[in-house]
Design a protein around this ligand. Structure first.
Ligand code: SF4
Ligand code: SF4
Length: 286
């Protein structure tokens, strides 16, 4: 991983957050798994705050929006694809968007966030495409724990449930992280910390992803989404999250400045300008 590139990414480097802006382009609406904390009326929890919906863009519209934003925000350094579903479940749209923008702005950094199910399939292409930052959400390393978190995993045309589905997902996440980290991609891992479900398991996950080559983990509070399987569970309080981050910081660097942004966030992390650019190109409603 090039330190210089990561220094310009406001999420991977806390020093960069006041200097550099990022934009998320919502081009990937579908998902291939069912997290029990997810309500698909909202954005993917991988990289977004539950409770807000996003516009959807085609790759051509995404390019048009990028050009408007780049003209208005000269310190834009990162274009990310964070759903609103999974960036790899709509790989064609994700890839085409990056290719189009790369032609116009070769110096731009690209970032993806994913649940990791399709990483073994697409990691070589991700590297070839020049994506140098990726976020994978890994909530556990044990399929028995995973069976409580994931309702279903749709993989290669088959729907898997319980520990069987979780095992496929977890294996693919781990294989993908190892490949990407081994090929110079900065891998951040998001963990959704859910009380009595996987909170106790956080240190083991951090240890494992460090072994695989992740450079940063981001322990996030579980926030119950209306309509989700876990809607009745209590929100994880930030005090517990901070305490867990402090424990895990001995193992691996922790992100503490995540804003749980929308899939169409724009600007500095602390000052979202998404509303200024909403519908600035013809966009389909969600
Ligand atoms: Fe929802 Fe999970 Fe899919 Fe994200 S990865 S869209 S949280 S089901
Ligand atoms: Fe960065 Fe967190 Fe926002 Fe993603 S959700 S862009 S990691 S601050």
């Amino acid at each position: 991983m090039s330190r210089m590139l990561t220094d310009k990414h406001p999420c991977f480097s806390s020093q960069a957050q006041e200097q550099y802006a990022r934009m998320h382009l919502p081009v990937a609406p579908r998902c291939n798994i069912s997290c029990n904390y997810c309500s698909r009326k909202f954005d993917c929890v991988n990289e977004s705050h539950p409770g807000v919906t996003s516009e959807l863009l085609s790759p051509a519209d995404a390019l048009a929006k990028f050009e408007q934003v780049k003209a208005a925000i000269p310190n834009l350094s990162v274009v990310g694809i964070a759903g609103p579903g999974d960036a790899l479940a709509d790989w064609n749209e994700t890839r085409e968007t990056i290719e189009l923008i790369k032609k116009k702005a070769p110096g731009m950094l690209f970032c993806l966030s994913t649940n990791g199910l399709l990483l073994p399939e697409y990691a070589p292409e991700i590297v070839k495409l020049g994506v140098r930052h990726i976020t994978v959400t890994v909530n556990c390393t044990d399929p028995i724990v995973g069976a409580q978190i994931y309702g279903a995993v749709n993989y290669q045309g088959t729907r898997y449930v319980g520990a069987e589905g979780a095992e496929i997902l977890l294996n693919n996440q781990q294989e993908g992280i190892m490949y990407l980290a081994g090929h110079g991609v900065a891998v951040k891992v998001n963990l959704v910390m859910i009380k009595m479900v996987n909170d106790w398991h956080m240190p083991a996950v951090v240890k494992k992803v460090k072994q695989l080559g992740a450079c940063l983990t981001n322990i996030m509070p579980f926030i119950p989404a209306p309509g989700s399987v876990f809607s009745g569970l209590p929100q994880t309080n930030m005090r517990d999250v901070m305490a867990m981050r402090a424990v895990c910081n001995d193992e691996l660097k922790q992100m503490t400045h995540c804003r749980q942004c929308r899939a169409d966030a724009i600007g500095l992390l602390a000052k979202d300008r998404n509303s200024e650019f909403r519908n600035c190109v013809a966009a389909a409603p969600v």
